[in-house]
Design a protein. Sequence first.
Length: 265
Amino acid sequence: MPSFFEFADNLEIFVPGYMLVFTRLSAMLMTLPIFSYPMISGRVRVTFALLLTVIIGSVLTMDTVPPVTSLWLLTGLMAKEVVIGMIIGFGARMIFEGFSIAGGIVGLQMGMGIANVMDPTSREQIPIITQFWLPIMVLFLLLMDGHHFFIETFFGSFQMIPLGMGELSPNSGESIVRGGSRIYDIGIRFAAPSIAFLLLLDAGVGFMARTMPQLNVFFITLPLKIFSGLIMLIISLNVFQVLFDSVYNDIVEFTGILLRQLSGL
């Protein structure tokens, strides 16, 4: 940690350095799950970012920060740190978005495609199945020490990508595009058990309709699919734990790849 006199003698290095640290952390908090939710006020996020800036900045070396000779140069460096922070936050947010897609798919198959509820955390309309899954997913994340992973990502990003040294290469852009497709892959993997069960249920109802034409299929199908789907959701929680373990490890690996690519390795 630099002494007060060292800090005072090198203000032209430390002040821009701390500004870059704060910029990257703020961008991460804007995109990370939970931290980016509107229920967490902007003052709390700014205070948390300032606290982390003081802690992280005190153990970092500012040698990599280029001399800031103009306001335009500082603006360019801060813009680069914003992009880096948002990309890192995107890697950690993928699992939450995958769960949201899975909930929408399952809700549509169960006949609750328009049954949305207000999510108190994000203050947005989300599928009712997603609202059912999100607390369970947060518990799984805590059991997997996901909060520790977020904190390690905060500190590790500055070790792998020194201030002012980030590199936005075509490889990192390709990884981001692949990450977007991976979100849908995560959603399909979590929704697959319920989709398969409801597909078999539809086939069974269709067979009954063919053998008993007098059966009122539309009157029976909707409550049957909702009730059976909810039972399947409860039964599939054991499968979710195994899937979540696999997906969590994939996200950790993907975030590590992003950090290496942004560092130019």
